[in-house]
Design a protein around this ligand. Structure first.
Ligand code: GTR
Length: 424
């Protein structure tokens, strides 16, 4: 099997990080820490009801994550418009409908455009849809020759045949193994995907992408409490949902926002900011995603803010090597999604993302699900590999590396059917 760019990159970053940052992979060296209680307010008031959670605790936690972690969207767009670029009733060997929809986000005289690639089961209408970003363009997720190639900036990758930051025909289908399209369609779901680089190129340059739409003259970077790239991509997810609400082939009340790794962090933040998402799936999202920061296991806040200074808001850098000062942790991000269904998934060899920290985060968020009478994770002990826990708050750890596999999709489909009550 071809080594993906991701792995070469990750191994590179990990070894670099190890050398530069002294990364901890030893459970015995996890520091002692006090995990903030999701159901006690910053003023010390105990929350015992779902109403108090919604009215008192959720808003203050949300505000913290918004201003100190991911960053606030600095205003409203003037308009969002949609244009069907291409449609076909006989895609994927006649098994699916395909649509490619251009979304234009307008602010003043500036705009950003992105394309949603959508596959839907042929014979049904109003279907539930998984919505997820891809890392290297819509044409990488399938060998379908009709998928349009984005002109947006892309990270160079010899594995994916990308040089000079341009996407080309060479990478068509090279990420198909991460997207179980045939199974998704056969099971009666739709799949919608977007190249995240169309909303904001994934590089430390805040003068491009959607950020720029909101700048005052001469401004080149967001304010300290304003959005980084993760928050920008989260807004893109919401704008894609605006389109899906208009499409009668889609059941917009059952759109599941999904993401892997940095895009898993994005899916979690999108689920917290936009309660229209019916469910959220975080695949191997790690640091700044599902994993507890205070464990300092694998990637840490300092490492992530140094390697990817553009992902979070600038205020988040105050917590570099200073996790104890954080009055929150990532289990409270998960709790912001309650009572909606949430799936956190880890991979055994993905120690960089701290599988145990991802699991514990789901465990500690479960209290909030309990306030709504929903079942989360009840045992503090991690399940064995391939022993998924499919409650409203779900978790699994599978064998293997940082990736999205058919096993992951099988679980997501099965669980989504249960929690969103979708009949076969
Ligand atoms: C890594 C990064 C992780 C994760 C991953 C990815 O290099 O350290 O936080 O997000 O990239 O998105 O593939």
């Amino acid at each position: 099997m071809k080594t993906s760019l991701y792995f070469s990159f990750l191994v590179f970053i990990c070894s670099m990080s190890f050398a530069q940052f002294d990364t901890n992979y030893d459970e015995n060296k996890v520091p002692d820490f006090i995990l903030p209680d999701p159901v006690t307010t910053f003023d010390g008031e105990k929350i015992t009801t779902d109403t108090d959670w919604i009215e008192k605790r959720r808003p203050e936690l949300f505000e913290f994550f918004e201003n100190k972690v991911y960053g606030k969207v600095p205003g409203n767009l003037d308009s969002v418009s949609f244009r069907i670029l291409e449609e076909n009733e006989n895609a994927l060997d006649g098994k699916a409908k395909r649509k490619q929809v251009e979304v234009t986000l307008l602010k003043g005289k500036k705009s950003v455009r992105f394309v949603i690639l959508i596959y839907l089961p042929k014979k049904s209408s109003s279907v539930p849809v998984f919505l997820g970003y891809n890392f290297f363009g819509n044409h990488t997720i399938t060998t379908d020759p009709n998928v349009l190639i984005s002109g947006a900036w892309a990270m160079n990758s010899s594995d994916l045949g990308i040089d000079e930051h341009q996407l080309t025909e060479k990478s068509r289908g090279l990420r198909a193994h991460r997207w179980a399209i045939d199974k998704i369609i056969e099971e009666g779901f739709g799949l919608a995907t977007i190249y995240n680089g169309e909303i904001d190129p994934d590089k430390n340059d805040m003068t491009d992408g959607i950020h720029e739409l909101f700048y005052k003259e001469g401004q080149e970077t967001p304010q300290k409490n304003e959005w980084g790239s993760l928050s920008a991509w989260a807004l893109g997810y919401s704008k894609a949902l605006d389109y899906l609400e208009e499409d009668t082939d889609v059941d917009a009340r059952r759109v599941i926002v999904f993401g892997h790794s940095r895009l898993g962090k994005t899916a979690l933040w999108a689920g917290a900011t936009d309660t229209r998402f019916a469910a959220v799936i975080s695949n191997n999202s790690g640091c700044g995603g599902a994993a507890l920061s205070k464990r300092r296991f694998g990637e840490t806040i300092n490492i992530i803010n140094t390697s990817f200074p553009h992902w979070f808001c600038r205020n988040f850098k105050n917590y570099n090597n200073n996790e104890e000062a954080l009055p929150i942790d990532q289990h409270q991000l998960l709790a912001l999604i309650a009572p909606r269904p949430l799936y956190v998934a880890s991979a055994q060899e993905d120690q960089w993302a701290d599988p145990k920290g991802e699991f514990l985060s789901a465990y500690y968020a479960s209290k909030v699900y309990g306030l709504f009478g929903k079942k989360g994770i009840s045992e503090v002990k991690m399940p064995e590999i391939h022993q998924p826990i499919h409650n409203t708050l779900a978790y699994h750890i599978r064998a293997g590396k940082h990736d999205v596999t058919d096993y992951d999709w099988e679980q997501y489909i099965k669980w989504t059917r249960e929690v969103l009550k979708i009949n076969p």
